[in-house]
Design a protein around this ligand. Structure first.
Ligand code: DQA
Length: 145
């Protein structure tokens, strides 16, 4: 059974409260329920992690190497646009990774167009809302099979 780690960065725990016009009214727990149901249907194991701290995200990515995680879906949120440490951690693990953004980062401020992890990721899924995470799982399963 494939083991997939779903990592979310800062403020993703505030879904349903933060900027609803951009991220929608559904909560972080709604997102976890959606992904859990999908994983059950696909017969895969998912683990969730959310942190507002860059170092904690790096620690979790490193841990994924030692736990032999098969694939990572990551929304580093604001750290997408700033964090070389997250890019380096992903490179260290060599675990296939798909980047997800709920909003369409390309149509927003200039600084959101930069993604440090994009060069490493097998795919970047942007602007598909919560369904982007399901799409990301499908992309990983294509590679893992
Ligand atoms: C985000 C987009 C980022 O620019 C922003 O900082 C986020 C969420 C998204 O999912 O659309 O926090 O990654």
């Amino acid at each position: 059974m494939a083991k997939i780690l779903i990592i979310n960065g800062p403020n993703i725990n505030m879904l349903g409260i933060r900027e609803k016009e951009i991220y929608g009214a559904n909560t972080y727990q709604d997102l976890l329920n959606l992904i859990s149901d999908y994983a059950k249907n696909k017969n895969i194991e998912v683990e969730f992690f959310q942190s507002n701290h860059e170092g904690a995200l790096v620690d979790k990515i490193q841990e994924a190497y030692f736990k032999k995680i098969d694939g990572i879906v990551i929304n580093p949120a604001a750290y997408t646009h700033t964090s070389i440490a997250i890019l380096d951690a992903l490179k260290a693990t060599k675990i296939p990774t798909v980047e997800v953004h709920i909003s369409n980062v390309i149509d927003r401020e200039e600084f959101r167009k930069i993604s440090y992890i994009r060069t490493y990721c097998v795919k970047s899924i942007i602007g598909e809302g919560f369904n982007g995470y399901l799409h990301a799982i499908d992309e990983l399963l294509k590679i893992l099979k």
